[in-house]
Design a protein around this ligand. Structure first.
Ligand code: GCU
Length: 663
């Protein structure tokens, strides 16, 4: 793996285990994986590992208990305890033993100190999934990885599965298992011609990838096109209620299971941004999803698969002159009437906000509004609208806010538990995995939050910093605290110098990098800010606006309805207000814009100073890569500051109270 960053699994992280005596009890492929890990660590550090139970003493016992059958926890739970100078991990399933092993890696030396009562660990959410928006063939506009900022695809190159890189995929699977991720979709939700065929004659390539992910407890999923029966099967329709179509899906799916016995299921983007779907046949999205759910159930694999049906359905051919259509309303309007109509193995996959992964959005009102449907929430680790992995933007605090959001006093995590948590992957074939080395923290944080959604994100960040950098001797408490501070605040810093107060977009059309206040203002995509000389923002109230605020349960419908109670950070998402409107903070909207944009740039400058001070504490290649990205971040932040401030100064004519230079 020379030349590839070890991310949060540097060799040194295995020293505490590799120098000790370990006993592994139990059998099965994942137990073999654990054994391989420990054995490798022992080769490096001089310890030893036994599987036959020869007399100890042992420092660490990793034991598969029971008969290995699923005891209601998917086999993913484990116990950890320490007493009599011995650390013991038990699990009833292979995945649990693997997660228990990585728990010990995370604890490091602390796992072998003092005593610790038996503690039971289990993932809160059964499905913790990454969706790769990877294309098999390079797409003329979107490239190899749609919205990918970390080079090419880990899985695909030159139009084929990258057989020669399966070593790299294995290293990836290991990283994912070490933060608790257990499912991966290997291709883009926009399924083009070559990718459509992964389902049929090219399933062998998917099976090869699945074979590499499996030893780390990861199930493989595939994005499929709803039109597959026509595109691949030569049928004249893809109508989900047509018998021939249903048979085609059932037969095709059974062949998928022959190739991949533990296949996870399908991901479908239908009737969305030009992708085909059931609307063409006058059918509902429940009809579409249930047809695929039936095909995935009919498989005699004994595992069963799940269809992840995306709720990202809206009119992308809107007329900007039409103020009655509101894209934010679309998912709720389409899907709430279908509550209770989806099959048990159909999961509705909902983006965390109603629009599209902006730096600030309210939590989607769909979450919590479909009690009889399994929902999965989709986050975006790839930083499409949050700096494209050229800017530091650690998303832990944003995701944690989503996961802690409460509707009527109830946490939607209960909702999530039924369908899981999904993130659009931010990984590619870049030597640092994520382009920006600090963007690795988003991937790690996603996995850890999916395991425990109410975990303190700051604690996860510390864990990531310690694992990733702690092996460098020069990386002591002070560098760790400095790095924590700049990353912890990076999402809010990014928010400060980009689109203000929840208004969203204002990005350059197409690639979505850099500012363009009116870039999407007169476009068909439904993403407007309605700035004029008097004010800015979208009126989504029930009284005078689009009625979107009314999609929320209590207390949020009332909170968002009035500018007097709406939180400042979402004001322009919900209301059109004058530039002189006074925020809860006491500032006017326009002064807030000026101030935050100046502050945002200053914060990036401070970040650069902190990073420069770490030059002797982290390895030179990583330091250089981050420095180069920070230079671009500063350039871009200044550009954002100047464009936003100038635009709104010229629109409003209101000068900056502090007389700073606005062009
Ligand atoms: C965004 C993104 C697209 C993507 C889409 C989706 O709009 O820009 O590239 O296809 O989301 O989630 O399907």
């Amino acid at each position: 793996m020379q030349g590839v960053d070890a991310a949060w699994l540097p060799d040194g992280a295995f020293r505490p285990i590799g120098t000790r005596r370990t006993l592994i009890r139990g059998s099965g492929p994942l137990v073999d994986t654990v054994h391989g890990e420990v054995a490798q660590a022992c080769v490096r550090f001089g310890g030893n590992v036994s599987r036959d139970g020869s007399p100890g003493p042992y420092d660490l016992v990793l034991e598969l208990t029971g008969d290995g059958r699923d005891s209601g926890d998917g086999g993913e739970a484990f116990t950890f305890e320490r007493g009599d100078g011995r650390t013991t991990v038990t699990a009833s399933g292979g995945p649990g033993l693997l997660y228990g092993f990585f728990h010990v890696v995370r604890l490091g030396d602390a796992a072998f100190r003092g005593t610790c009562e038996r503690a039971y660990h289990r993932p809160e959410l059964a499905l913790r999934m990454l969706d790769h928006w990877d294309n098999v063939a390079v797409h003329p506009v979107m490239g190899q990885v749609e919205r990918g900022y970390a080079g090419g695809s880990l899985f695909w190159a030159d139009g084929r599965a990258r057989a020669e890189l399966l070593g790299r995929v294995r290293a990836y699977a290991r990283l994912l298992a070490a933060c608790g991720i257990n499912a991966v979709a290997v291709n883009n939700v926009n399924v083009h011609e070559a990718e459509a065929r992964l389902l049929t004659d090219r399933i062998g390539e998917v099976a090869d990838i699945a074979g590499v992910l499996r030893p780390y407890g990861i199930r493989t999923h595939l994005s499929v096109t709803f039109a597959a029966p026509m595109v691949l099967g030569g049928l004249s329709t893809a109508d989900p209620l047509d018998e021939g179509v249903r048979e085609w899906w059932a037969e095709t799916t059974s062949r998928v299971y022959e190739a991949i016995p533990d296949f996870g299921g399908y991901v479908v983007k239908a009737d969305s941004e030009g992708q085909p779907g059931p609307f063409a046949y006058g059918r509902s999205h429940a009809d579409g999803a249930n047809m695929l759910a039936a095909a995935l159930t009919a498989s005699d694999s004994g595992y069963g698969g799940t269809v992840h049906w995306r709720a990202f359905v809206y009119d992308h051919r809107q007329d900007w002159r039409d103020r009655t259509t509101d894209r934010a309303r679309a998912a709720y309007d389409h899907f709430v009437p279908l509550d209770g109509k989806f099959a048990d193995n159909a999961v509705l996959q909902v983006k965390h906000g109603p629009m599209d992964f902006q730096v600030r959005e309210p939590v989607s009102p769909l979450i919590g509004a479909m009690p009889r449907t399994r929902l999965a929430v989709e986050l975006q680790a790839t930083q499409e609208y949050t700096g494209q992995q050229r800017h530091v933007c650690w998303l832990g605090p944003m995701w944690s806010e989503v996961l802690r959001f409460r509707v009527d006093g109830v946490s939607p995590v209960g909702e999530l538990a039924r369908g899981g948590l999904v993130a659009v992957s931010n990984v590619g074939d870049d030597p640092f995995w994520t382009g920006h080395p600090l963007a690795q923290a988003n991937l790690y944080t996603f996995g850890r939050l999916a395991w425990q959604p109410d975990a303190d994100p700051g604690g996860i960040l510390d864990e990531w910093i310690r694992l990733t950098f702690g092996v460098f001797e020069a990386f002591g408490a002070e560098p760790a605290a400095g790095l924590h501070a700049i990353m912890d605040g990076s999402w809010r810093t990014y928010e400060k110098y980009t689109a203000p107060l929840g208004v969203g977009f204002m990005v350059q059309p197409g690639h979505h990098y850099g500012p363009s206040v009116d870039g999407y203002e007169y476009s068909p995509w439904g993403t407007y800010h309605f700035a004029d000389r008097d004010g800015v923002g979208v009126d989504r109230s029930c009284t005078t606006g689009t009625g979107y605020a009314g999609q929320y349960a209590k207390p949020w419908a009332e909170v968002y309805e009035s500018p007097g109670t709406c939180p400042d950070e979402l004001l322009l998402f919900f209301h059109h207000v004058s530039y002189g409107h006074i925020l809860h903070s006491g500032k006017t909207v326009i002064q807030h814009m000026y101030d935050t944009h100046f502050e945002g740039v200053e914060e990036v400058e401070a970040t650069m100073e902190v990073w420069a001070s770490l030059a002797d504490s982290v390895d030179p290649a990583r330091h250089a890569r981050v420095t180069e990205r920070l230079e671009e971040q500063l350039r871009s932040a200044r550009e954002w500051r100047d464009q936003i401030n100038s635009y709104f100064f010229r629109k409003s004519g209101v000068p900056d109270a502090h007389g700073r230079r606005i062009h």
